[in-house]
Write a protein that binds this ligand. Structure first.
Ligand code: FAD
Length: 283
């Protein structure tokens, strides 16, 4: 189980992959996983389409990681995709019977096809409600999402951290952060959660910027701020994709080294299924 990895006094390294879209070639992700395996990450997490449209692929990929690659698989699951408790019980039973013991319960964001009313009427309101029900019936190692730059719907860091405490108290074993580029923000966040009594391990989430068009997506989707020094090198190399990629990877490597020197308990790499990115950072 992933929670046991943190007791070994060594940083925990993980990668995140996402299932291909329904009509895409699924062999690409399996080929990538065979390559990721050679990097020896401690676990690989598999994202879940907000509305559940990747459910079969998510499950098959997690099972491949756990049983073929022999690496701990962390399956994400969002409230928005769960119509009732039976769905949850069946989902967890399938994971359990396939040897998967790690879950990242999430609220998720409204899928594009769901109206606001449908989203508001979801069976589980917050990730913490999901954590509670999973914990009651199954022995899973549970992760939780957290936000060093504050979740976009929370009015303050204090409010967000108070809500995070509810989730952790329901039975979360470790946290993974939203991606960030300014380590100082992570350290401030860590101080804040320790102050309110959240003592579980926190994995900083890093995502190298390897192309100029990524920047708009990152800011738009996560609200993450990109420091001036990084923006400057993106601007400098905007017409030279290879140099830009190199600069983005270098930035992440420096960020990672500094976090580890500061005592970070691990690094979660949002590698977007890219073997080249993961290899460059790991090596
Ligand atoms: P929650 O913990 O429920 O928090 C959501 C908001 O509600 C926050 O503002 C919080 O302060 C507030 N809140 C929480 N509990 C309470 C309460 N009891 N009362 C009042 N307010 C409360 N999305 C996907 O669709 N698929 C994925 O696979 C996926 N993987 C992710 C992995 C990581 C590591 C991260 C950081 C995010 C991921 N997301 C994913 C995005 C995530 O679903 C969204 O950020 C979503 O908006 C919040 O999910 P959460 O689990 O953090 O929600």
């Amino acid at each position: 189980m992933i929670k046991d990895l943190f007791h070994k006094n060594r940083p925990v390294y993980s990668l995140e992959v996402f299932p291909p879209k329904k009509d895409a070639d699924v062999s690409v992700i399996y080929d990538a996983l065979d390559q990721f395996k050679t990097l020896h990450p401690n676990f690989i997490s598999v994202t879940y389409g907000a509305g559940g449209n990747t459910v079969e692929n998510s499950f098959a990929i997690a099972s491949y990681i756990q049983n073929q690659c022999k690496i701990e698989a962390l399956t994400h699951l969002t409230c928005a995709a769960i119509p009732d408790k039976l769905f949850l019980t069946n989902f967890l039973t399938n994971l359990y019977r396939n040897g998967i013991r790690n879950l990242l319960p999430l609220r998720g964001d409204p899928p594009v096809w769901m109206s606001e009313e449908q989203f508001e009427a979801r069976y589980y309101k917050h990730a913490s409600d999901l954590v509670k029900d999973v914990k009651e019936s199954f022995d899973f190692s549970l992760g939780g999402a957290c936000y060093p730059e504050v979740h976009q719907e929370a009015s303050s860091l204090e409010e967000d951290v108070a809500n995070l405490k509810i989730k952790v108290d329901q039975g979360v074993d470790f946290l993974i952060t939203q991606l960030f580029y300014d380590n100082e923000k992570f350290y401030r966040f860590l101080d804040k959660i320790r102050e309110v009594g959240i003592g579980i391990p926190v994995m900083p989430g890093l995502m190298p910027i390897t192309s100029a068009k990524q920047v708009k997506n990152i800011v738009g989707m996560s609200g993450t701020e990109i420091p001036g020094s990084l923006l400057k090198s993106i601007e400098k190399y905007k017409d030279s994709p290879e140099d830009l990629k190199k600069a983005g990877l270098e930035y992440t490597k420096r960020q990672m080294e500094e976090l580890l020197a500061h005592g970070a308990q691990g690094i979660h790499l949002y590698c977007m299924n890219k073997v080249e990115t993961a290899r460059a950072v790991y090596e």
